[in-house]
Design a protein around this ligand. Structure first.
Ligand code: PMV
Length: 333
């Protein structure tokens, strides 16, 4: 029995023998971490080395519908295109679904649609696994709590644990080896004026996935030893900024945290650098705008694209500087 299996058993208990209904559907938003998750203490369960904090992206996310079908393979459609069962995406999905069904249980037809423009280069695995767990919950009428959904989504992708909620979300580190206390929770603050802009530098595949990149950083980068301490400080400061509606501190901490994460990767061997020339150019332009008095801050994940944080009042200035900026209002317009 794999340990992911043990997690599912612990959460579903007797509900594991329930039969599916006809159909389940769900939506989950994508999220951007303001204090990043980088490094696992358990690779099978996607247990993080530190806590992390994100903001969900409202209407940008994943819709998923699931129904049982006859036959012996799952049928997956992504954005109206069939996914080959033997592709790495198809196999990863079926392996995840196997956690939730008996060996003689049904295969599924899964239709999943991202409202995230594919070109935006925003990770869709977070919203994808969160929506899938929520759709399964509907299909089987398990009536999972959000906390249980968060733990189960985490088994698909770590950052998916945060995508079962909207707004600001804290993923707790937890300390139990079984990971049942490592789940995300929504934070009670809202920030209607907050805007997240996406500067797309490249929409092609980033090459090295976050899983091997995290592993290499932990195994070879001397800088990684400072990461837990950095995250501890940044989590304290950003939660205080949220409480006091202090946008400047929020932005500074988020940008500094993202840069520190990328610094740990540069210290790895072989070095990991997701940045492209266009990334560096856009960062310099953004920093010039900031020197000129605009409150704009950058964050970046495991890819070359930049997400900028700013406030609604500065929308026109940002759009003028970055005409292709895709703007998201996480708390609605
Ligand atoms: O959930 P994963 O395995 O795709 O990892 C996500 C890692 C980052 O996006 C770089 C940071 C984060 O906290 O989302």
């Amino acid at each position: 029995m794999s340990t992911a299996d043990a997690t599912v058993r612990a959460i579903l208990g007797d509900r594991r023998s329930m039969s599916p209904r006809e159909h389940g559907t769900a939506y989950a938003p994508a999220n951007v971490a303001l204090v990043k998750y980088w490094g696992k203490r358990d690779e099978t369960l996607n247990l993080p080395r530190t806590a992390s904090l994100s903001v969900s992206l409202g209407g940008l996310g994943t819709y998923t519908g699931i129904r049982p079908i006859d036959g012996d393979t799952d049928r997956v459609t992504l954005n109206d295109e069939p996914v080959a069962p033997e592709s790495s995406f198809g196999r990863r999905l079926s392996t995840f679904l196997d956690l939730f069904r008996r060996p003689d249980g049904p295969r599924f037809d899964i239709r999943t649609r991202n409202t995230i423009p594919t070109a935006a280069g925003l990770a869709s695995s977070a919203s994808g696994y969160a929506a899938l767990v929520m759709a399964l919950d509907q299909l089987y009428a398990w009536k999972l709590t959000p906390r249980e959904q968060s733990v189960l989504a985490r088994l698909g992708s770590g950052s998916a644990s945060r995508s079962v909620y909207s707004g600001f979300v804290l993923w707790r580190l937890g300390s139990q080896p079984d990971g049942l206390d490592s789940y995300a929770e929504p934070l009670p603050m809202t920030w209607p004026d907050l805007r997240v802009g996406v500067i797309t530098i490249s929409s092609t595949d980033k090459g090295l996935g976050s899983r091997p990149a995290m592993r290499r950083t932990m195994e070879t980068s001397a800088l990684y030893s400072t990461w837990p301490e950095i995250v501890g400080r940044d989590l304290r400061q950003i939660q205080s900024a949220l409480q006091h509606n202090d946008f400047q501190t929020l932005g500074i901490v988020a940008e500094r945290n993202a840069m520190a994460m990328h610094a740990t990767m540069l210290g790895a061997w072989p070095p990991i650098l997701y940045w492209q020339p266009g990334t560096v150019d856009a960062l310099h332009r953004l920093w010039r705008l900031r020197d000129d008095g605009l409150a704009v801050y950058a964050t970046m994940d495991a890819g070359p694209n930049i997400k900028v944080l700013f406030q609604a009042a500065d929308t026109a200035a940002l759009s003028a500087a970055f005409p292709d900026l895709q703007i998201i209002a996480p708390f609605g317009e």
